[in-house]
Design a protein around this ligand. Structure first.
Ligand code: SF4
Length: 349
């Protein structure tokens, strides 16, 4: 049996045809599920009773199960969702003015080994299937605070999206389909730690690119982000330049500020030089401290000074607020706390 949430519209058409059914039914089912939120074939009333009862044997409508929801006092809502194999992933809804951004996971754990990252401690357990990515969106949409509509999607949760690029791209196609959610691609951002050769896939997918830069010399980047040994800064920035010229879009550079590691004034000046000729914006992220990381957050005055140097060079720079600090905001941290103290944390589902 196939899972509905794993299928593009075209694949669903083909599946129905192979089962001896009319292809146009696929579009009807897409509308029922993605536009009306109806997952029970019995309630899809513009199809014959006979077809509806057969549907249950042709397609399953299985979503990851929400096992926990944690609300922060700042409006952030974090979900833990169970995926097959007894694993869990995190998704986070982040309100910001008119925007409601969903941060989705692409893998259980991650193989990239970024030293400052909580998720990296798990290693890669497995890559998510398309339905497990689409399912995070479906679940979060149905459980958003006040029923607010999700306006943006960022692939910045657990995992390196370009390490699971085929499934990520398929999930994007499903979410974008006009007979389904019709989610605009320009409101979807894929963030990579720097798998340079696969950045062209982001351009081909028609979505926005964010790159975790996090250091300004190969020496430091090798230490904090091991992927740099394979694709050093020049290779990565060449790929970013190509993305920008291919798409006409800006690249967002994410820069986690680690005290005494990558937060010097020289670093700020080097960012200006490195990103020259790449249309960009820069997000500074003061490190969100978590136990045993060995890294620290720079003082607020230092962060502002770092920002000032970049702004004086004409760069568009935002300092990202840390949201949801009271609900274990570091990616992977809520999941870990739940495993350690399952009874201490109230289940709200
Ligand atoms: S920062 Fe992202 S790419 Fe790096 S280890 Fe963590 S989840 Fe993986």
């Amino acid at each position: 049996m196939v899972n509905f949430f794993d299928k593009t519209l075209e694949e669903l058409r083909e599946h129905l045809a192979q089962c001896g059914k009319e292809k146009f039914r696929a579009q009807q089912i897409y509308r029922w599920v993605y536009q009306k939120g109806i997952l029970d074939p019995e309630k899809m009333t513009n199809m014959s009773k006979d077809f509806r009862s057969q549907l249950l044997n042709l397609i399953e409508f299985k979503l990851p199960k929400i096992s926990h929801i944690a609300d922060s006092s700042d409006g952030t809502r974090k979900f833990l969702m169970d995926v097959d194999g007894g694993k869990t992933v995190e998704s986070v809804l982040i309100p910001n003015g008119d925007r409601l951004t969903l941060c989705v996971s692409s893998e259980v754990g991650c193989a990239m080994g970024c030293r400052f990252c909580f998720t990296s401690k798990m290693g890669l357990m497995r890559r998510l299937l398309p339905f497990e990515i689409v399912g995070q969106f479906v679940n979060a949409s149905a459980n958003s605070p006040g029923g607010r509509k999700i306006t943006n999607i960022v692939f910045m949760g657990m995992g390196e999206p370009l390490d699971n690029v085929a499934n990520v791209r398929k999930a994007i196609e499903i979410l974008h389909n006009q007979h389904g959610f019709g989610f605009p691609k320009r409101r979807i951002t894929v963030s990579t730690s720097g798998i340079a050769p696969l950045i062209r896939e982001v351009a081909e997918a028609g979505v926005r690119l964010a790159v975790s830069l996090n250091a300004t010399t190969d020496e430091i980047r090798d230490k904090v982000m091991p992927i740099n040994k394979k694709y050093p800064l020049t290779t990565l920035l060449d790929a970013c330049r190509e993305y920008a010229s291919q798409t006409g879009d800006k690249v967002t550079f994410e820069y986690v500020l680690l005290k005494g590691v990558n937060d010097s004034r020289d670093d700020a000046h080097r960012i200006v030089r490195l990103t020259k000729n790449i249309p960009n914006k820069i997000n500074l992220i003061p490190f969100n401290e978590h136990p045993d990381s060995g890294f620290h957050r720079p003082p607020a005055a230092e962060v502002l000074h770092f920002q000032r140097i970049l702004m004086d060079a004409g760069r568009h720079v935002l300092i990202r607020k840390t949201m949801g600090r009271d609900i274990f905001a570091a990616c992977g941290q809520l999941r870990s706390e739940m495993e350690k103290h399952p009874t201490r944390m109230a289940i709200q589902v």
